[in-house]
Design a protein around this ligand. Sequence first.
Ligand SMILES: Nc1ncnc2c1ncn2[C@@H]1O[C@H](COP(=O)(O)OP(=O)(O)OP(=O)(O)O)[C@@H](O)[C@H]1O
Ligand SMILES: [Mg+2]
Length: 553
Amino acid sequence: MIPHLSERALILAPQGRDAEIAAAMLAEAGLTSLACRSVAHMVEELEAGAGFGLITEEALRTVDLHPLARWLDAQPEWSDFPFILLTRRGGGLERNPAAARHLETLGNVTFLERPFHPTSLISLARSAQRARRRQYDARARLTELHALAAELERRVEERTAERQIALEQLHEAQKLETLGQLTGGVAHDFNNLLTPIVGALDVLQRKGDGADARTTRLIGNALQSGERAKILVQRLLGFARRQELQSAAVDIAELVGGMRDLIASSVGSPVELQIRCAKEMPRALADPNQLELAVLNLCVNARDAMPDGGLLTIAADTALLGPGSEPRLPPGLYVRLSVIDTGTGMDAETLARAVEPFFSTKETGRGTGLGLSMVHGLTAQLGGAFALSSVPGEGTRADLYLPVTEAHPEAAASQRGKGALLPTRPLSILLVDDEELVRRGTAEMLRELGHRVTEAEGGAEALQLLAAEPDIEALVTDYKMPRMDGAELAARVRRARPALPILLISGYTGAADPIEGLPRLNKPFGLSELADALRHATEPVDNVVALRSHRQV
Ligand SMILES: Nc1ncnc2c1ncn2[C@@H]1O[C@H](COP(=O)(O)OP(=O)(O)OP(=O)(O)O)[C@@H](O)[C@H]1O
Ligand SMILES: [Mg+2]
């Protein structure tokens, strides 16, 4: 609306010189006006803008008022257009039913009875103009309010969407957490049961000289199954974040470089392998063996997604995460290890479920559905994150975010490969485990290695035996036991006999490092692993060397 139009008076007084006189009176007081020829003309001018209307009663008598009534009805919520109606002498409202009807049509009307003094008209005109200005103010505030309301609505929508995403993420995380607890519990018990089975089979196989070919084959098969069961259990424990991790400062470029041949032979020739590592990356905190396993799982997935060949890229660089960036991790520097393929990719539904344990689209017997679960669990347990993205028909990208560490690489040489059993001096060993089956199995293995074994089923009994039998030369104890756990037992034994070598056998501790500096052996284990661990525990120089479990590929 043009500003000078919004203040003007519109006069509707078709008879004689009425309009002219009224305009002159208003002009005298500095008010602009326009005389309208008809109701239709007035409505036209109202559209353009006006401050108030001045109408004579006669002007309304015989004409069709509908166009004006329609315009008045359609006024926006802030507008209540003011009119001054000039009535006939003696035409006060109480004695003038026609004027009363006009009140209904026009709404906001002030009556002025003729004849009147010009000052009366001017004073009414000014107050009508003031009323109109207040309406304009209201319009301005309403516009502001509308803008605010729209902004508010936008924000509410934005927040609702954010909340929805957060809820979905939470739901996803809770689902994985619950599944983790469930599988973790089962895997832990299963791992315990597997210990004497694998141990006994190992002893039988190594003793196999006298056995017939069939027995040897059967034992071999059973051991193979045992090994597969071990891998399965490790993956389950990995997903449940209950792995016994041997974390160290790892040079990712070196680790990936060292895997080149293994990966190339695993994915086969139709797949081109490309390795791209950034120079001078900081070291990542990770368990190198488990990390290799994770990378291999991802490469095998990539191979399966590229049956007719394609490009497999393994890339490593650093990623700086800020507050609110994806993945949701504490802000800081991370090493990002990516496995990227140009394979089939995944649709949204598969992608959403890919990390779930036992979710596999591979035919029965071909996939355990635990590969990605293990990778997810491992990165989470290391304090990092795992992100998976995929476009059907284009390929898949898996990113492992690993926390950066200042520490220097671990000096310990990893204990890889099942070497021949190195001879150890026969020792008198005190073996503590609350589970009889497991204890008996381990005792049998220790005897097989040439040691003398005294068994105890708990910490209290072990302490008594140690006090009673001073010739005991080493303590081998389970970690998780009721009443007194392996850590507490070790601490007490250290006070009583500081020089006594201690080997801790653990399935899962929950803590990253139960006792600083204590040699550990992960369940389940074979004869050579037990022999190695014992040798390290009893050779004082190597006491602080953390033992790594065998590569479980
Ligand atoms: N790189 C990939 N490209 C396309 N689909 C993939 C990829 N990686 C995983 N998937 C999908 O996610 C599912 C789960 O993967 P995961 O590694 O957990 O189990 P799996 O590969 O089926 O079994 P396993 O790892 O025991 O061989 C796969 O079955 C497949 O459908
Ligand atoms: Mg897989």
